[in-house]
Write a protein that binds this ligand. Structure first.
Ligand SMILES: *Cc1c(COP(=O)(O)O)cnc(C)c1O
Length: 657
């Protein structure tokens, strides 16, 4: 039975690409980058407004055909990164123009969001006209970032705790004439920076993260406010100012910074924090500290779903509103205090990278409740419980039975008979074959009842019948690991847009939860973006024999890549970089395939090495051949087979025909 109508959606009569886009809520999350084509494929438009489109299904086909790619795979659309850089900078340019703001905007990219070298390089390249800089938060990130300060103006903001070696490197970069600003997080860091400055005879430039009274909103609310892990108090700030003035080093203090945490959900909270820091800036300026930069941190949100009011993940503003809020709030405070407008810095990471990558996962199989063939007939010899279930099935299948009392009665009846079948089986009165038959009849009855419940179109459902729906949802086995590829889904309940990447010219008729390859019962996706917070299934198509079915996981470009965990030793997934190019066949070219982690690499992370494992295996086989239980040739064959596995990928390898 493939015809299940989704209770949460209206019944669509004219299925088409627009209806498909609505079904998967694309208008709310796609940012104009993704749509459904007339051919039922997901189409990527890397530069909204430019008539250049890439067929995602074709990319996957070409990867399989020409590049011998394995799945799951991350597909990066590098042009989307460039588009996001442009959109962010244009939003600030528009806001500044409208507000008649008297200074520049200087974005920096926090590399912790996605450190992949190609991603950082693409962003820097696209950001050149806008002076996009970088932000780092650890020693390794600092080492990576400093080498990319090709231009002396390129700003590098160093957040996070810094040890002596990091501060020394930062000061060396400053003495090279590079625009590197360490952001002091604690009073002790300030002391260390200044004594190192004296030792090296460098007059340090630095910024300061202030602990604001305003605390964030959404999941990362604790990143700001009194309980925050980072930031100096106003009392420490004054101590630092006094020290600077004593030494005549007022102009060392260049930047004020706050960060409310990622994915700010409420624009009012942002405005209030910006006003608070602007007041601090104005006061310090009047005290004679000529701070040049005001850094409003990250937190610019991405719409992973629509703005549903129930959701703590929805953001209530657009990119333009964010830029306006920052620019106007700073300007208002500065104008009233009669101080110059500072350079505005923002550290948007998620907003720059989220859209550019798509994880494509192949479905390995569909598990659904096993039903009986429609033309099934019981035999005289069948057990009386089986015959009873059969009668219930026949009864609910009749035209007339569609009232709730009847359906409920049929349901109770079938549950009772199934329990009876279990009891008879454990007493030895029911064969395995008869028990299998009873199971299938039970699910057929449930399926029939559920279809009739849908047809009645009411929300006054008896609870038991409502729950029935959940029992009948399919499980689609997907070739990936949640812990490696969408860690935030597991860790913080982040929902991502997920949808088929083809066959969208056909209405999806199955409802499924997605299960991954790990042996973890948490390795399951059963919460999806939706207007209904209770929705626990994804609309999918029935699988076709001999045909691959792919799901796309969208907006994967921020945080997921790097936070992935190697649960069950599933490793890094392969990835490719796709560039739009009108000169090329199909309008794009694939630049690079970075292979995923091999079995050998994953084993090495937990200290298993080929030499030792091969030796053990060899010994095992030698014993068997010596004992005459195994022909040497067969033994060598098994050993070869084992050795070959070391270079294999950690996921399912799919090779049809
Ligand atoms: C993580 C982080 C960011 C990035 O935040 P997004 O919400 O991804 O833009 C910016 N600044 C600091 C200090 C951070 O820790």
């Amino acid at each position: 039975m493939d015809t299940i109508v989704d209770r949460t959606q209206e019944t669509e009569t004219d299925w088409g690409s627009e209806v498909a886009e609505e079904r998967y809520l694309m208008p709310s999350w796609s940012g104009g980058f993704f749509s459904v084509g007339q051919n039922g494929h997901v189409i990527v438009t890397p530069t909204p407004g430019v008539d250049q489109h890439i067929d995602l299904r074709h990319v996957v086909e070409r990867l399989e055909r020409e590049q011998d790619a394995t799945f799951p795979i991350v597909i990066r659309f590098q042009d989307i990164l460039a588009s996001r850089v442009r959109q962010l900078n244009e939003a600030f340019a528009d806001a500044r123009e409208l507000a008649e703001y008297g200074n520049r905007y200087n974005g920096v990219y926090p590399i912790k969001v996605n450190q992949l070298h190609e991603v950082v390089e693409e962003l820097l390249e696209a950001g050149k006209p806008y002076g996009l800089g970088l932000e780092c938060g650890s020693k390794a990130e600092l080492v990576a970032a400093v080498a990319h300060l090709d231009d002396d103006e390129r700003l590098l903001i160093c957040n996070g705790y810094k040890d002596e070696s990091m501060l020394r490197l930062i000061l060396s970069m400053q003495s090279l004439g590079k625009n590197v600003i360490p952001v002091v997080e604690k009073y002790g860091e300030f002391e260390m920076l200044f004594s190192l400055g004296e030792e090296l005879a460098v007059k340090p430039k630095f910024g300061l993260r202030v602990r604001l009274a305003t605390s964030g909103s959404g999941k990362w609310a604790d990143s700001g406010g009194d309980v925050a892990k980072f930031g100096v108090s106003i009392a420490d700030l004054m101590r630092i100012v006094d020290l600077l003035q004593e030494r005549g080093m007022d102009d060392s203090f260049r930047l004020l910074h706050f960060h409310l945490g990622s994915q700010i959900t409420d624009i009012q909270v942002l405005k209030s924090a910006v006003r608070e820091i602007s007041h601090i800036y104005a006061r310090l300026y009047k005290l004679g500290i000529p701070i040049s930069h005001l850094d409003v941190g990250g937190g610019l949100g991405v719409n992973y779903s629509a703005n549903f009011s129930y959701s703590d993940q929805a953001i209530n503003y657009s990119l333009q509103e964010y830029a306006n809020a920052v620019v106007y709030s700073i300007k208002e405070v500065c104008d009233i205090a009669d101080v110059p407008h500072p350079i505005i810095v923002s550290e948007s990471g998620r907003a720059l990278t989220a859209h550019h990558s798509v994880l494509v996962v192949d479905v390995q199989g569909a598990y659904r409740k096993d039903e009986i063939e429609p033309d099934f007939k019981v035999a005289e010899s069948d057990h009386h419980v089986v015959r009873g279930l059969y009668n219930t099935w026949k009864w609910v299948s009749e035209e007339g039975t569609s009232e709730f009392p009847e359906l409920l009665e049929a349901y109770h009846d079938t549950v009772e008979k199934r329990a009876q079948a279990d009891a008879e089986f454990s007493l030895g009165y029911l064969s395995l074959q008869q028990k299998a038959l009873a199971e299938r009849l039970f699910w057929s009855v449930c399926q029939k009842i559920n279809e009739k419940v849908y047809a009645t179109d009411t929300d006054q459902l008896p609870a038991e019948l409502d729950l029935l729906d959940d029992l009948l949802i399919d499980q689609y086995l997907c070739n990936f690991s949640i812990f490696q590829s969408i860690l935030d889904y597991w860790a913080i309940g982040q929902r991502f847009p997920i949808m088929p990447i083809d066959r969208l010219d056909e209405e999806p008729t199955r409802r499924a939860v997605l299960v991954d390859l790990t042996c973890d019962s948490d390795g399951k996706v059963n919460r999806f973006i939706s207007g209904d917070p209770e929705k626990d299934f994804l609309e999918v198509h029935a699988l076709r024999a001999g045909e691959q079915y792919y799901l796309g996981f969208f907006l994967m470009g921020a945080y997921q890549d790097i936070m992935g965990d190697t649960h069950n030793l599933f490793g890094r997934v392969p990835e490719v970089h796709v560039y739009a190019d009108s000169e090329e066949e199909d309008g794009y070219y694939i630049e690079k395939l970075i292979p995923g982690a091999t079995v050998e690499e994953m084993l090495a992370t937990v200290q298993y090495f080929p030499n030792d494992l091969h030796r053990r295996m060899n010994e095992m086989i030698r014993q068997k051949t010596q004992a005459g239980e195994l022909r040497p040739k067969v033994g060598i064959g098994i050993l070869d087979q084992y050795k070959k596995m070391f270079s294999d990928i950690t996921y399912y390898r799919n090779r049809r025909g």
